[in-house]
Design a protein around this ligand. Structure first.
Ligand code: GRF
Length: 214
């Protein structure tokens, strides 16, 4: 049976679209059971509706604190019984309660070769530092921001003459390939989370799988 998967978004949802397309093409065996947003205007909700995926939205501004919003989100999610939760441009820091409630089930993609460049504005920081390589990392979510066990990285050589926008565009194209792939590995059970580490094909993995792109 396909792994029931919820996708959380806040914006345009190009990563969500990659999941939708790969499932439709039969390349990815996940059951996309819910697309959730904290932003009613997120274009990703429209993408989900077009694909016939159930959607829900709760505005974080209507809640007093982070955890009460997260508990409301979890109540919606739990109605759909997801085994996997994909953060795809979900612009919220998760409370410790939420991370604990879904330990080992939440994936994030971060536009850098973690542990390098956690946080924001990664593309410009990479260019400013004169890095030779940049890319994106899919990882399990833990309490520490952008620091959970890594699963899969896509990397590409940096052209020192390109702009941050161009670099971002190239990195996003990679994300649309590696994020569904990593989620598929978790959904099929080839990758697991155990005691704060990634287990890849039965072995504790201190390093992620790395794919190199042009
Ligand atoms: C991605 O670039 C990802 O790295 C970051 O948020 C962005 C989401 O973009 N976490 P989209 O909404 O999927 O287009």
């Amino acid at each position: 049976m396909s792994c029931k998967t919820a996708i959380l978004i806040s914006g345009s949802g190009t990563n969500l679209q990659a999941f939708i397309d790969q499932v439709a093409d039969g390349k990815l065996d996940l059951d996309l059971c819910l697309v959730f947003s904290n932003n009613p205007d997120a274009y990703g909700l429209e993408r989900a509706r077009k694909a016939g995926i159930p959607t829900d939205c709760i505005r974080h501004g209507d809640f007093e604190d982070r955890e009460s919003f997260d508990r409301a989100v979890a109540a919606v999610l739990d109605e759909h019984h997801p085994r996997l939760i994909i953060l795809a441009g979900f612009m919220r820091i998760l409370s410790p309660w939420f991370v604990d409630h879904y330990e080992g089930k939440v994936l994030n993609i971060h536009p850098a070769l973690l542990p390098k460049y956690p946080g924001l504005n990664t593309h410009q920081r990479v260019l400013d530092a004169g890095e030779e390589w940049h890319g994106s990392t899919v990882h399990f979510v833990t309490a520490e921001l952008d620091a959970g066990p890594r699963i899969l990285q896509g990397r590409l050589p940096v052209d020192p003459n390109e702009s941050a926008d161009e670099l971002q565009h190239r990195v996003q194209a990679i994300e649309h390939q590696i994020y569904p792939q990593a989620a598929g590995l978790v959904g099929s059970g080839r990758v697991k989370f155990d005691a704060g580490r990634s287990i890849i094909d039965g072995d504790v993995a201190d390093e992620p799988i790395v794919r190199t792109f042009d």
